[in-house]
Design a protein around this ligand. Structure first.
Ligand code: GLC
Length: 362
């Protein structure tokens, strides 16, 4: 059973206590909903941000991404923050057994169904991947035997300037106006939180040059974040005389001609296509690295995927699949879509950790 609770903006950007009290409040509501109010249970925590992890149940938040900026969390162990909030509530005793990135949770839950699943991918608000690396290549951890899952945090690819050649003026503006300027540059070219904003900036530039809307920019179009990424999905699904495009533009205070609508749709197509290709290029590099690690001529592998852009955009996933096929011809890659996989994966890891712990006690 699962239920989704969204975190309001003021809580995302408030303080550590307020954020974690809110999370614990959601857990309490959920327990009540399933008729298990006040019980003591082991807990797996999916925490989808870059962390330094020394143990399964310890994760020091390195930096917030995706519009979060609650104070007092960066540099702290989020498991401690969660435990403190659970204690403050004095309602239940939840034992935080594992903290897991969403990519890892997704890979684990898909791996439960498909043993070839050794990669996890998220393309939602943010974008990231994880994969199984050979222990002998993991310098930070002792031992050379077996494999270990690596959370790549690929969203921050490009933060050292290596993507500068392909970033456009629009990528630069979107980055500069974001909460974490200079960070997560790859993510900002791919994921749901940013694609609408890229399109909005292009539309403004086109209008300034007199190429759209008879050169008139509406006040609403000047508002940051107003062009939602779901508009990209809606516009690209629109085949009937671009009626949707017309109504979306109207809501943004823009009177459009037929030509305007065709151009707007083309901008959306190009931006989503570029995102799919970039994501596909990243994924091709990952699967080909796994193949090379194993000294194989050909690798069959499955990628567990989740995220709203991947699931709901009408073309993103097919562009990405096609790109992976072209760029990694020596791999046969299957994409397995997960349903709330990151939560289930964390639960699975927690169950295994509990079992191992119990076995150790006997
Ligand atoms: C951001 C986070 C990362 C997460 C991804 C997808 O890139 O830093 O940890 O996996 O978003 O949610």
């Amino acid at each position: 059973m699962h239920k989704i609770y969204s975190i309001p903006l003021d809580i995302m950007q408030g303080t550590d206590d307020v954020l974690f009290d809110y999370i614990v409040n959601c857990i309490s509501k959920f327990l009540e909903y399933i008729g298990m109010k006040g019980v003591s249970l082991p807990l797996g925590f999916t925490f989808s941000f870059p962390c330094h992890q020394n143990r399964l149940n310890e994760a020091i938040l390195l930096k917030w991404t995706k519009g979060f900026k609650a104070t007092g969390c960066e540099g702290e162990d989020v498991v401690c923050l969660l435990r403190d909030a659970i204690r403050r509530r004095e309602e239940f005793d939840l034992n935080v057994v594992a903290v897991v990135n969403d990519t890892v949770g997704t890979m684990m839950s898909c791996g439960f169904e498909d043993p070839y699943c050794e990669v996890g991918l998220i393309v939602g608000t943010g974008s990231n991947a994880c994969y199984m690396e050979e222990m002998k290549n993991v310098e930070l951890v002792e031992g050379d035997e077996g494999r270990m899952c690596i959370n790549m945090e690929w969203g921050s690819f490009g933060d050292n300037g290596c993507l500068d050649d392909i970033r456009t003026e629009f990528d630069v503006v979107v980055d500069e106006n974001s909460l974490n300027a200079g960070k997560q540059r790859f993510e900002k070219m791919i994921s749901g939180m940013y694609l609408g904003e890229i399109v909005r900036n292009i539309l403004i530039r086109f209008t300034e040059r007199g190429l759209l809307f008879r050169g008139r920019i509406s006040e609403r179009l000047k508002t940051r974040g107003i062009f939602e990424t779901k508009f990209l999905s809606q516009i690209e699904s629109d085949h009937l005389a671009l009626v949707q495009v017309h109504s979306i533009l109207q809501r943004l205070g823009l009177e459009s001609t037929c030509d305007d609508r065709i151009i707007v749709k083309e901008v959306c197509t190009v931006i989503a296509r570029r995102a799919g290709q970039l994501c596909g290029a990243g994924m091709a590099a990952v699967v080909d690295k796994i193949r090379e690690n194993r000294g194989m001529d050909f690798l069959k592998i499955t990628v567990g995927v989740d995220g709203s852009l991947y699931k709901f955009h009408p073309h993103f996933s097919s562009v990405m699949h096609e790109t992976v096929k072209q760029l990694s011809p020596k791999c046969e890659v299957t994409f397995l879509q997960s349903e709330d996989g990151s939560g289930k994966g964390a639960a699975l890891i927690t169950a295994v950790a509990c079992r191992i712990r119990e076995a150790g006690q006997h």
